[in-house]
Design a protein around this ligand. Structure first.
Ligand code: SF4
Length: 476
């Protein structure tokens, strides 16, 4: 019986079986940021421990960094203090830090891949739920808690349960105006926000095969929103082309050796899966969430679902969602007046996201509606630099978008970018929980970046295919 990539990578990194039945697993790469690492470093100090593999540990600042200006000291004294803690910790423990002052800073899940740190066959962890993003390269990557951050700093290992593997195949082709974000929102809608609990998701099929690495990252990023601890795509020529010549990628003879290893860890043709789910790319529509979980979503053209159409066990949450979001079943989400539009985050804050939106607005006299605040926030300083080099920042500014500095921004609002009152936000981020974007009554609608741009221009939730006249042949 063949093996999956998950099983091969898990086995290759297993140190031993623990008496508890769990496995002691070596972590190849540990990414840290300012929010979940301070306590872990304090615990190391208290116990007189050092970081075992500083060369496998990399740090950045993303959640708290303001996006209007990164000038020091930060205007928020608490944020400045957190940043100084991080700087002291990386200095004391000898950890490579991607500092804003060097133009290397960004969201942890954007800079890992763009620097070539994220590679196939790795085990990767970070004190952040959306570490699943890195699975796009064929890595086993997942979020961990603060005490586990301490464990990995001190031992480079974690005690883990073995997951089952569900293969999710999306075959055929996507229709124009349908993006990777729609694919993952569609999957979560079908399988549920708890459907992946106990699973690793292996994404496959013709649509995933044709996706770029950045599109695969968007899909893997939201695995955790479907309950899966991690999600991955088997590495292939697209993966290797993305990685080649990046700062931390292997070079010379080491590159050839690495590619041989990467090829060997792909899931075997006859691999055994816990189950296999198949979907048709042609069936997928642009998706918008209407509720307070990423699974409460609808194709843009349909009326919002009746509470009675949900299982009894979900109805209380559905009622709560309608009350909180101030939306009505039976009516379309299309046409809901928005206040804020946000394009960014570790789901959709990469160069290709901004390029795709710019492709639709460039030279077409589109303007953000007067009542909408529209923000474009690059996922890293490198992405921002490239946007400026290609003139994308100008395209966005001319259309009325505010182009900011790199960071998590309004995805989580641990910085000055926050919703106010019950503002409704069209957002390219990954979570629409109550209060997620800073205001306890703020409301979030998740969608693709192109759909966010369409909503910003229309001033209300809109079908981007209509706003931008997206037609043509079938694409990925
Ligand atoms: S962009 Fe959002 S989801 Fe991603 S790391 Fe930052 S706060 Fe977390």
């Amino acid at each position: 019986m063949g093996q999956t990539l998950y099983d091969k990578v898990f086995d290759a990194h297993t140190v031993r079986r623990l008496p508890s039945g769990q496995y002691q697993v070596l972590m190849g790469l540990h990414l840290i940021h300012e929010v979940t690492s301070p306590q872990a470093f304090s615990m190391l100090r208290e116990r007189g421990l050092r970081v075992l593999y500083p060369e496998r540990t990399f740090a950045t600042v993303d959640h708290i960094i303001p996006t209007h200006s990164q000038a020091r000291p930060l205007t928020d004294a608490q944020a400045e203090e957190m940043l100084q803690h991080l700087e002291r910790n990386v200095e004391e423990f000898g950890i490579r830090y991607f500092a804003p002052s060097r133009g290397e800073q960004g969201i942890v899940h954007v800079i890992g891949p763009e620097r070539g740190l994220t590679q196939p066959g790795m085990t990767i962890c970070c004190g952040d739920s959306h570490t699943s993003t890195h699975g796009a390269f064929g890595a086993i990557a997942f979020g961990i808690g603060t005490s586990q951050v301490r464990d990995v700093l001190a031992t480079q290992c974690l005690a883990l349960d073995r997951l089952r593997v569900r293969r999710i195949e999306v075959n055929g082709a996507l229709r124009p105006g349908v993006y990777a974000k729609d694919v993952i929102l569609w999957i979560i809608n079908r399988l549920g926000v708890h459907g992946g609990v106990g699973y690793a998701y292996e994404y496959a099929g013709e649509v995933l095969d044709r996706f770029s690495l950045e599109e695969r990252m968007t899909v893997c990023n939201m695995s955790i929103e479907g309950g899966a601890r991690c999600g991955y795509v088997n590495p292939d020529a697209t993966t290797y082309a993305y990685l080649r010549d990046r700062d931390f990628a292997p070079a010379g003879a080491a590159w050839d050796q690495a590619v041989r290893w990467w090829e060997s860890i792909r899931s075997d043709a006859g691999a055994a899966y816990a189950d296999v789910v198949t979907m048709r790319g042609e069936d997928i529509e642009p998706v918008v969430t209407w509720g307070i979980t990423p699974g409460q979503s609808t194709p843009i053209g349909l009326p919002l679902p009746a509470p009675a159409s949900f299982p009894e066990s979900e109805r209380a949450l559905v009622d709560e969602a309608y009350r909180y979001m101030q939306l009505e079943p039976g009516k379309p989400v299309k046409g809901a007046r928005i206040d804020v539009a946000f394009i960014g985050s570790c789901t959709n804050g990469r160069l290709s996201d901004f390029e795709e939106v710019a492709r639709h607005i460039r030279g077409r006299r589109f303007r953000v509606a007067p009542h909408v605040t529209a923000m474009v926030v690059p996922g890293s300083q490198q992405v921002r630099h490239e946007m400026v080099r290609r003139g994308l920042d100008q395209v966005f500014r001319e259309a009325g978008f505010d182009v900011r500095e790199a960071g998590c921004s309004m995805c989580l609002a641990m910085n000055p970018d926050r919703l106010e009152g019950s503002q409704l936000c069209a957002s390219s981020s990954n979570r629409n929980f109550k209060g997620r974007q800073g205001s306890p009554t703020g409301r979030t609608l998740l969608m693709s970046p192109v759909m966010v741009a369409a909503a910003a221009i229309a001033g209300e939730v809109a079908d981007a295919r209509e706003v931008f006249g997206i037609t043509g042949t079938t694409v990925t």
